[in-house]
Design a protein around this ligand. Structure first.
Ligand code: ZN
Ligand code: ZN
Length: 334
C-alpha cells in the first residue's frame, strides 16, 4: 500500500503536524510551534507556546525580549504532543541548540532536519543519524558545485594573513548567531589565544554561548579599545558592517568574510572581500547526499534551498523523493 504520511502536511508557511495541531518553524504566529533552532527564519516570536531546546529558547529570549510560552525540550527527551504524536529533539550540528525534530505517529517516523551540517563544530553536538520513514532535509547548498573545504584550511588562511600583516588587523564578517562563535572557537582550537575584538552587535550572543559552556577565550569590544590596541588582531563584525563607516575606526583592516557563499567569487567581490573564507554551517553537496544514504529513509522530502539537483540525485539513485515549496526562508545563516 502506498504510504502518504498525511498526518504531516507541508504548507507554504511551515510544516503542520495535523493530529497535534503543531507547526514546525512556522513563518507566522501559531498556537504551538516546534522550533528547530534560533535563526530568525526558523524561530519567530509571537507563538502561543514554543517548544525548543533550552539553548534555542535562550537565543529567542535574547532576540525577542520575552520567553512567554517557552517549553524546553532537552536533546533526546521524548514528549507527547497529544493526538498520538510523540516528538524528540535530536542534535543537528548547525548552531548552539540546533535540533532535528523526530515525530512519531501510528508507527511512522518523520524527521525534519531543520538546518544541519555533518562536520565537527566545537560549539554544538554532532548531527545524530536516526532511522526514519520520511526525512525532510534542507538543501541550502544542494548543488554539486558546493563542496566546503576543511575548516582548518580556512582558519589557517586567516591566521597567515594576520601574521603576514603585523601592522594591520583582519576584519571578519560573520553572522551573529552561530558563524561568529564557531569561527572564534575554531581560531582558538588552532592555538590563537590573543584577544579577539567584537563589533557591539556580536557581544550578547557570544556571552550567551559562553554561559552555555562554549569557551571563546578573551573577547573585547572594539568600542572599548584604541585603534592601536587592535593592530595585529582579529576583529569580528556582522557582514553588514564590513564596508560601512564603523570599520574606519579599525587600523587598516584586511576585509574577510566567513560564509559558504564565499565559494562564489562574485559574492566575495560584491562585498569587497579580500580574504574569502569558505566556512559554512550548512551541509555541502556531499554531506547532503551522504545524509540521505546514512539515514536511508523510505522517502526524502527536500526543502529550503536548491531542491531540483537533490531531487534528480534521489531519482538517479532510485530513492523516493519530492520537493517542498516552503516560503519565508532566507539565509540568515550561511
Ligand atoms: Zn539556520
Ligand atoms: Zn535556515
Amino acid at each position: 500500500m502506498a504510504r502518504d504520511f498525511s498526518w504531516i502536511k507541508p504548507e507554504p508557511w511551515g510544516i503542520h503536524v495535523v493530529p497535534a495541531d503543531s507547526w514546525i518553524d512556522p513563518a507566522r504566529p501559531v498556537d504551538r510551534a516546534l522550533v528547530t533552532h534560533g535563526h530568525a527564519d526558523h524561530a519567530r516570536g509571537g507563538h502561543g507556546a514554543t517548544l525548543a531546546t533550552p539553548e534555542t529558547l535562550a537565543i529567542m529570549k535574547l532576540r525577542y525580549q520575552t520567553d512567554a510560552g517557552a517549553q524546553p525540550t532537552a536533546y533526546g527527551e521524548t514528549i507527547s504532543l497529544g493526538g498520538g504524536v510523540d516528538a524528540t529533539w535530536l542534535p543537528a550540528g548547525h548552531v548552539l541548540g540546533s535540533a532535528q525534530i523526530l515525530l512519531e505517529h501510528a508507527g511512522e517516523r518523520i524527521i525534519v532536519t531543520g538546518d544541519y551540517k555533518r562536520r565537527a563544530d566545537p560549539t554544538c553536538p554532532p548531527f545524530a543519524v536516526t532511522p526514519c520513514d520520511v526525512l525532510v532535509t534542507e538543501a541550502t547548498f544542494g548543488l554539486p558545485v558546493f563542496r566546503h573545504p576543511p575548516v582548518e584550511h580556512e582558519v589557517a588562511k586567516l591566521l597567515k594573513a594576520l601574521a603576514e600583516n603585523p601592522d594591520r588587523c583582519v576584519l571578519v564578517g560573520a553572522y551573529a548567531l552561530g558563524k561568529a562563535q564557531r569561527l572564534i572557537a575554531e581560531v582558538r582550537r588552532a592555538g590563537h589565544s590573543a584577544p579577539i575584538y567584537l563589533h557591539g552587535a556580536m557581544e550578547r550572543m557570544c556571552r550567551l554561548y559562553q554561559e552555555f559552556g562554549v569557551d571563546l577565550g578573551d573577547l573585547r569590544l572594539v568600542s572599548d579599545a584604541k585603534k592601536e590596541d587592535i593592530v595585529g588582531h582579529i576583529v569580528v563584525s556582522p557582514p553588514s558592517a564590513l564596508n560601512d563607516r564603523w570599520s574606519r575606526r579599525l587600523p587598516d583592516p584586511i576585509t574577510a568574510m566567513a560564509s559558504g557563499w564565499m565559494r562564489v567569487r562574485q559574492r566575495a567581490r560584491q562585498r569587497m572581500v579580500e580574504l574569502p573564507l569558505v566556512i559554512s554551517d550548512h551541509a555541502d553537496w556531499d554531506e547532503l547526499t551522504q545524509t540521505v544514504v546514512d539515514v536511508n529513509p523510505y522517502e526524502t522530502w527536500i526543502t529550503h534551498g536548491r531542491e531540483e539537483a537533490m531531487l534528480r540525485w534521489c531519482q538517479l539513485h532510485q530513492r523516493r523523493a519530492k520537493a517542498l515549496a516552503l516560503v519565508g526562508y532566507e539565509d540568515e545563516d550561511d
